[in-house]
Design a protein around this ligand. Structure first.
Ligand code: NAD
Length: 285
């Protein structure tokens, strides 16, 4: 059996088109176009590419993109002052502080300064806490993208055994919360898990968010499982995920490729979050 390949590019395009239409209706109803402020500190080449792509996607969705670039040696006070200014600016709907930040800046501390209603990355302690309580929140983009792919693939989550490999704030933990909210029975595996293969083999739904090329191989996958690969690893042959795609494809029922799986979903969900933030802010004005 060869798995169905879940096409993240196609799903992300549908989400982006949906957001674009939502923005059109929102503006036609007399509201200002949502504005996404991106803050880039330093000149990390990968971060520059990510931010450029986010800005382009924002403009394609007919939202406003407001960009701030700060030098690599900028002090923490200056970053904090900029975030406070963006918090107070009514034209700014969403604020995205591109991570990682240079070492003199505490990324967690700066993220925590973002107004939770403008936290389109879903990484402030308030939004992470609301998510863990199962309440309305702005949810981190990549985990939201994982859930959107599972929905589009028609995967039944109620009562399913789900295993998430990785427990980061950015991906693993929010994915766990989102799967729990869908009534899956969720196990979190991580770097200290004993017998990772045995834990993974329990999974009807297996999500890998590790950062180790092809860590999850066919022996670790139950026949008929749905496998979502969040990993993006640069190796000699190019980009690969945390899952051995070719081996696992012969055993799973459905699988996401890398590239073209979870990756394109992150920006799509960022746009969806920015639109959602506009509605949340309008509701309290
Ligand atoms: P991270 O380094 O913050 O966390 C990695 C997690 O994996 C940790 O919780 C750690 O305990 C676990 N881990 C490490 N080695 C392990 C091992 N040998 N066995 C089991 N668990 C192990 O990484 P992250 O930010 O969560 O990102 C994970 C991967 O997802 C990376 O490849 C990253 O590039 C990718 N990523 C992709 C997107 C996207 O848009 N598709 C977004 C964010 C991250």
């Amino acid at each position: 059996m060869s798995a169905k390949v879940i096409d993240g590019k196609a799903v992300s395009e549908r989400v982006r088109e949906g957001v674009r239409q939502e923005v059109d209706h929102w503006v036609a109803a007399g509201n200002p176009a949502p504005g996404l402020a991106t803050v880039l500190v330093g000149d990390d080449p990968a971060s520059e590419v990510y931010v450029r792509n986010k800005r382009k996607a924002c403009e394609a969705a007919r939202m406003r993109s407001i960009h701030h670039e700060l030098a690599a040696d900028t002090g923490q006070d200056e970053v904090a002052a900029l975030i406070e200014k963006l918090n107070a600016d009514a034209e700014v709907t969403g604020i995205l502080l591109q991570l990682p930040v240079p070492p003199q800046i505490d990324g967690d501390e700066m993220t925590a300064l973002i107004d939770p209603l403008k936290d389109v990355d879903g990484l402030t302690p308030i939004n992470a806490g609301l998510l863990s309580q199962g309440r309305e929140a702005l949810v981190a983009c990549t985990p939201s993208g994982v859930m959107e792919l599972l929905r589009e693939a028609g995967v039944e989550l109620k009562g399913a055994e789900a295993v998430v490999v990785g427990r980061s704030k950015l991906v693993g933990k929010p994915v766990v919360q989102l799967l729990l909210a869908e009534d899956a029975t969720v196990t979190t595996a991580h770097s200290r898990t004993r017998d990772l293969a045995e834990v993974c083999r329990r999974a009807d739904v297996l999500v890998a968010a590790v950062g180790v090329p092809r860590l999850v191989n066919a022996d670790m996958v139950k026949p008929g499982a749905v496998v979502i690969d969040v990993g993006i690893n640069r190796v000699e042959e190019g980009l690969v995920g945390d899952v051995d795609f070719h081996g696992v494809k012969e055993k799973a029922a459905a699988i996401t490729p890398v590239p073209g799986g979870v990756g394109p979903m992150t920006i799509a969900m960022l746009l969806a979050n920015t639109m959602k933030a506009a509605r949340l802010q309008a509701a309290i004005r």
